[in-house]
Design a binder for this molecule. Structure first.
Ligand code: FE2
Length: 175
């Protein structure tokens, strides 16, 4: 090993190349954006803001924003979901806890639950990492539809095209 390869200082960056096949990082400076065009409408008074749409591992991360009270959805997920409440609060009809502002929530695989935003909450924003699919069901488990990273990508493409940012605006979030 040449002498120059052994020289190091505490503030020296890593000196070797990253693996040739490593993906590029994603940096989203305006994660909770002021530009309304970045919020993708999902239902009436419900939007999401994509952060990482990971088609290679089948998960997606976003901020969900809700500006109405009542039942948002009843869904089952076969994989884990992680949540972090940034604003407002919500709960599941099937559990007695409330996800308050600042709460972290782990939703284990196998849960089927009904998300409710209570009266008096003008705006709820929660960061969710969803793995696999969200399967929407009726109270008896009968399927009503689903979302996965691919339907999420399509929603983004279609919305960003419609607001003038272009369908390809979505690409920055895809890995
Ligand atoms: Fe859930």
């Amino acid at each position: 090993m040449p002498v120059s390869d052994t020289v190091s200082t505490p503030l020296m960056p890593y000196q070797l190349p990253f693996p040739a096949d490593a993906l590029a990082e994603i940096v989203v400076p305006d994660a909770v954006p002021k530009d309304e065009r970045l919020w993708v409408p999902q239902a009436e008074n419900v939007w999401f803001r994509p952060l990482c749409l990971n088609r290679s591992q089948g998960y997606w991360m976003n901020f969900l924003r809700v500006r109405r009270s009542g039942i948002l959805s009843r869904h089952r997920h076969p994989n884990a979901v992680h949540g972090w409440v940034l604003k407002g609060r919500w709960h599941y009809l099937e559990h007695d806890w409330v996800a308050e502002e600042g709460s972290y929530i782990f939703e284990p695989p196998g849960e089927t639950h009904t998300l409710v935003v209570p009266e008096g909450v003008e705006e709820m924003i929660t960061y969710f990492q969803v793995n696999g699919i969200m399967s929407y069901v009726d109270p008896w488990g009968r399927p009503l539809g689903y979302e996965d990273v691919f339907t999420t990508i399509e929603m983004c493409r279609s919305h960003y095209a419609s607001v003038g940012l272009g369908a390809e605006f979505t690409n920055q979030f895809i890995r």
